[in-house]
Design a protein around this ligand. Structure first.
Ligand SMILES: Cc1cc2nc3c(=O)[nH]c(=O)nc-3n(C[C@H](O)[C@H](O)[C@H](O)COP(=O)(O)OP(=O)(O)OC[C@H]3O[C@@H](n4cnc5c(N)ncnc54)[C@H](O)[C@@H]3O)c2cc1C
Length: 321
């Protein structure tokens, strides 16, 4: 089997949680495979992440270049296409950046591409058996993929939970092989999100509300429950789009990244854009009236109920304690 390469996302010298998840996924593809972390960036922060990843992966391929200081998928794509072997199996996190990078990378490498993978069933010869989701997570599809000529696989964040697997290896500097990294798309600056009344990135317990709340008037129910629990209120994007709550409370790839100990998902379907903002492996309680809602696949406790009845009942029960 070809070597496996996991692309590591990082910020401010800290690798994202997906770094460990990709290692778990790689071992599901082939427990005996040599798995390399590929880390791009520049300077001391890059070195810090490489050192961290060297404790986990069989080797770390470092690509240091000033052009890689910002996560510009166009530039990363060029670097990876030049550095990685054509038959490599490349693992990416299925988030906004992964979707920016993956399809074009597979075209450049002339390999296959599979998005939003939620399960790996193993390899039979050159055939990889995987499970992915379609129709907003309402249906699971079992797919085979010929990986003999290389492949790029986008893995849904939060599904392949870190299990402490550690290989340990050296950092290999591949910067010289990255080639010309000029790009037509340029990052000008990072603009931090507006601060709101509450900083949900620091909350230990979040009661998060989605479109299932149905009406702006019902949002008050969620604040009552959060108050009873000593929690903060967060939400999915449609709630912000409807202007029922401010942007600072949105969890997800285009909102905040949260790391609570407990995450209560109330009337949230569980799109990958929403789940992509939930890190740190919290205890997830999901309440949804649809038993097939994808959120139940990542929930530690799933409750099939109407939140308009469930939320006030729980608030009252807590008040009676
Ligand atoms: C580029 C891009 C970026 C995005 N970024 C984000 C992001 O950062 N964060 C984010 O959240 N989304 C984001 N999205 C949107 C995302 O794709 C989903 O549309 C969104 O997460 C869905 O929100 P939801 O779960 O609240 O709504 P829905 O998907 O409509 O789900 C509502 C759920 O409530 C349930 N429900 C309905 N009524 C009740 C009831 N009475 N009781 C119990 N359950 C009920 C339904 O069964 C359903 O599962 C992004 C999309 C794109 C394209």
């Amino acid at each position: 089997m070809a070597d496996i390469f996991a692309y590591i996302k990082h910020a401010d010298g800290v690798a994202e949680d997906s770094a460990l998840e990709l290692m778990v996924a790689a071992k599901k593809i082939d427990p005996a495979a040599k798995v390399m972390a590929v880390v791009t960036g520049t300077g001391a922060n890059l070195d810090k992440v490489c050192k961290e990843m060297a404790a986990v992966y069989n080797a770390v391929w470092k690509i240091d270049n000033a052009a890689l200081a910002y996560p510009n998928a166009e530039v990363v794509r060029k670097a990876l296409a030049n550095v990685l072997p054509a038959d490599g199996i490349v693992l990416l996190s299925h988030d906004t950046f992964g979707m920016d990078l993956g399809p074009g990378l597979s075209v450049k490498m002339n390999s296959t591409f599979v998005a939003d993978i939620v399960g790996i069933e193993g390899v039979d010869g050159a055939t990889l058996k995987i499970i992915r989701q379609e129709f907003s997570g309402q249906a699971s599809t079992h797919v085979t993929c010929d990986i003999s000529g290389g492949t790029v696989l986008n893995l849904r964040p939060g599904v392949f939970q870190p299990d402490g697997v550690k290989a340990g290896g050296d950092v290999v500097d591949k910067s010289g092989a990255a080639g010309d990294l000029s790009a037509k798309r340029k990052y000008l600056e990072m603009v931090a999100a507006e601060a709101g009344d509450v900083d949900i990135t620091k909350s230990e317990v979040l009661v998060s509300v989605g479109r299932g709340i149905e009406d702006q008037e019902n949002i008050e129910l969620v604040f009552d429950l959060a108050k009873a629990m000593g929690a903060d209120v967060s939400c999915s994007r449609p709630i912000v789009d409807a202007k029922w709550l401010e942007k600072a409370r949105q969890v997800g790839t285009s909102g905040q990244t949260v790391k609570p100990k407990v995450y209560m998902a109330m009337g949230i379907s569980g799109s990958f854009q929403h789940l992509g903002g939930i890190k740190g492996n919290p205890f997830i309680v999901a309440v949804n009236k649809n038993p097939k809602a994808p959120i139940f696949q990542v929930a530690d406790v799933g409750i099939e109920a109407n939140i308009l009845e469930f939320i006030p009942a729980l608030t009252e029960a807590i008040g009676n304690l």
